[in-house]
Every structure is written in C-alpha cells, then in structure tokens.
Design a protein around this ligand. Structure first.
Ligand SMILES: NC(=O)c1ccc[n+]([C@@H]2O[C@H](COP(=O)([O-])OP(=O)(O)OC[C@H]3O[C@@H](n4cnc5c(N)ncnc54)[C@H](O)[C@@H]3O)[C@@H](O)[C@H]2O)c1
Length: 370
C-alpha cells in the first residue's frame, strides 16, 4: 500500500505521524511511504532520517495526497486539507468528529474512509490510542504545576518537594485514571505530599497498591474536594466521564478560600474543564489568574513535547497501521474488532453510532459495508 504522511499544519501542532523506525518497519512489509518535506523537523527527525529508513520525500502536501492510498496524520484535517482528500482514500488520524460538524460534512463529501484513533477500542473497553497522550499530559501537569508555583511565574513560591527541614507542597489530584496516575507518579518522585481523589473505590484500591502507601487515596465527593482543595498548593483536574462534559468540581466561589498563589492545572479542559473558572489556553499563553489562583488550561498539552509525544503515539498506532496496510481496511476491520471500532465514515456513510447521534446524521451498520 502507498502510505503518505503530510506535515501537520494545524496551529501549534509539532508532532508527526510516523518515526523513521516506523517507516523502516512498514517498508519491511513491502509498503511504500511518502513523507512531506520537513514533516518531522519539529519532532527532531530530518528528511535524511526518513530517506535512510526507506521513505520517499515529496515536496508538498498536494503530492502526498495525490500519491497515497492511505493518509497517516496526527490531528484531524483542517479546512485547507479537506479538498485534498480523495474518494476511497483511507485517512487514519485523530478526528474527534463529535465536536466538529464541518469536518464530518467534509469527510462525508470526500467519500474517503476515515479511521479515528480516538475510537479504536480494545477488548477491555479502553481506548489504546488515547492512552499515550493522557500519559504525557499527566506527567506534564505536575511539571507545569511545579513551574507555575514559582513566584516569578505567578505562583506561591513553594518547591514541590520542599527541602530537609521545610515541608513539601501539597498536591491534590482529582481523578486517578491514566493522566491522574501519571501526574501522581511525577509528584511522588519529586517528594511532594500527594492526595488522589476518585469516585471509583476499585480504582482507589489499585492506586493504594500501586503507590505502596506513598499517596493518600480518598473517595471523591463535594465535601472532600473542598476540604482538600483549601489545603493544596497544586490542584490537578484529571477526571473523565466518557462521552460527557467534565463535571465542575471546583467552583468559582471556592477560589477565594484557596491558598494565595495556588496553581490549578485542568487537564480535562478538552472536555470542557473540571474547574468552573477554566477556559482553554494555548502554549503561547498557558495561564491566567483569577482570585490569586493560577489556572493552566492548555488543551493540547502533549504538543509542547513533540519528540516524546510522537514516539508515544506512533509506538501505539504502528501495529494497527501495519495490519490495515497488509490486509486493506475492509479485511482488517473484519478480522480485528479494534480496527473496526476505529472506522467512523465509509464512502460518505457514518458508521459510528455516537458520531451519528451527535449531529442526527443517518447511522449505517458497518457490517453491511465490509
Ligand atoms: N489537556 C490535554 O492536553 C489532554 C491530553 C490528554 C488527555 N486529556 C484529557 O484528560 C482527561 C482525563 O483523561 P484520562 O485518560 O486520565 O481519563 P481516565 O478515564 O483514565 O480517568 C478519569 C478518572 O476520573 C475519575 N472520575 C470521574 N469523575 C470523577 C469525580 N467527580 N471525582 C474524582 N474522580 C472522578 C474516573 O473514575 C477515572 O478514574 C480527559 O478529559 C482527556 O480527554 C487532556
């Protein structure tokens, strides 16, 4: 199969959809890979790295889209890419269709086959292509929190781990799933005093075992959140209720009771945010301050560490890519339920129930189309 990797052109997106090692692997299966000139530069891969791995470099995205049967990307196509996508072309990337009707309309019109990273679901019901970015965001949350707790950055001026004879900072993590756990791992490593709240008792039991008593785990409810929040220096919001907007767990009123210079990192901002006062920010202007509380609400946190994020993402996408390229999307979907759950649109027909419900678009059962 001919696979094309265009340069990401969405604002502030520095990742690329494949590493040179990934190219080597896919080429060893007899496939051809086209990389757009300089597509990997922001992730520290240059064109020579890709050429050595067996790829051909094409000079613009028009030739990538023209030459390829499968387009491999990171972010959803943006408006100026819509018209480049051809009938029957496979597009394998993050789409997040339910939040963007014009994108869905454009992909329906293109008659392409859209396989979305975010809906690939494994047998345990988890979403393996979302996990790596949650891991990155979780680890970054503590790092960014530590940075903004510094006085010149607007924070309280407290060092997360303290020093001998001086107490460490109190870190509150609301939500102990993938990102919350990674945030805790970093905070524990820096010797902060860490509390995790979650609504799932099972998850709290797992976290207790995982951290061997080095974090305090408590069942989350309004009272506990308020009690813990007012004693915290850093609060990290890492909740998710699948398919729903994030619940608002820290109210605007509560801000006045928080410590001066407290930092709140809202990882869940991409689902609307779990603090009432959160609104999305960018890596250019990551924070704002309300009532002396620093809010960090960057919606694409992994974009700031493209080297790590590119590896983390492509490690997970590569096996699916190889299977789709080896078998073609129809056979791959028939034989692998995970790939089947990733297929959202086939030649103008929406085959993902949630996407069809989100906009009242007609739903087609994928089994009749593969
Ligand atoms: N900002 C970014 O750049 C970025 C990057 C990756 C992921 N995210 C987002 O981060 C959020 C978390 O993702 P995840 O993969 O860690 O989710 P996850 O499903 O692994 O974990 C969420 C946890 O929140 C818990 N929870 C739900 N309601 C709660 C409540 N009221 N109080 C306490 N805990 C509660 C759940 O029990 C679960 O353990 C999602 O919105 C995801 O989209 C953001």
């Amino acid at each position: 199969m001919k696979i094309g990797v265009p340069k990401e052109i969405k604002n502030n997106e520095f990742r690329v959809a494949i590493t040179p090692n990934g190219v080597k692997e896919i080429v060893s299966h007899g496939h051809k890979v086209f990389i757009e000139e300089n597509a990997g530069l922001n992730s520290s891969f240059n064109d020579e790295d890709y050429i050595s791995a067996g790829a051909d470099i094409l000079e613009n995205n028009l030739s990538i889209y023209n030459e390829s049967e499968l387009i491999l990307k990171v972010k959803e196509p943006i408006e100026e890419e819509y018209s480049l996508i051809k009938e029957n072309q496979i597009v394998f990337t993050y789409f997040h269709f339910a939040s963007h009707k014009p994108l869905l309309d454009a992909m329906i019109k293109s008659n392409s086959v859209c396989i979305a990273y975010e809906t690939v679901e494994d047998n345990n019901g988890s979403l393996p292509l979302l996990v790596p970015m949650s891991e990155v965001a979780g680890r970054m949350a503590t790092q960014e929190g530590a940075k903004y707790l510094e006085k010149p950055m607007g924070g309280r001026g407290i060092l997360l781990g303290g020093v001998s004879g001086v107490e460490p900072a109190n870190v509150l993590i609301i939500g102990g799933g993938i990102s919350g756990t990674e945030a805790a791992r970093m905070a524990v490593g820096l010797q902060a005093n860490v509390t995790i709240l979650d609504t799932s008792q099972n998850r709290l039991n797992e976290l207790n075992d995982l951290f061997e008593g080095k974090v305090t785990c408590k069942l989350s409810n309004k009272e506990i959140i308020e009690k813990e929040a007012i004693n915290s220096d850093l609060i990290i919001g890492a909740v998710l209720i699948a398919g729903a907007k994030a619940p608002k767990l820290i109210s605007k009123k509560l801000l006045k009771s928080l410590k001066n210079g407290c930092v709140m990192v809202d990882i869940a901002i991409d689902q609307g945010g779990c603090f009432e006062t959160s609104s999305p920010t960018t890596h250019q202007n990551p924070i704002f301050i309300i009532d002396n509380v620093v809010h960090y609400c960057v919606a694409n946190m992994p974009g700031a560490v493209p080297y790590t994020s590119t590896y983390a993402l492509t490690n997970k996408t590569l096996p699916y890519l190889i299977e789709i390229a080896n078998k073609g999307w129809k056979k791959a979907s028939k034989e692998n339920k995970e790939i089947k759950t990733g297929v959202n649109v086939i030649n103008g027909k929406v085959v993902n129930e949630n996407v069809s419900k989100a906009f009242g678009v007609e739903y087609h059962n994928i089994n009749s189309l593969i």
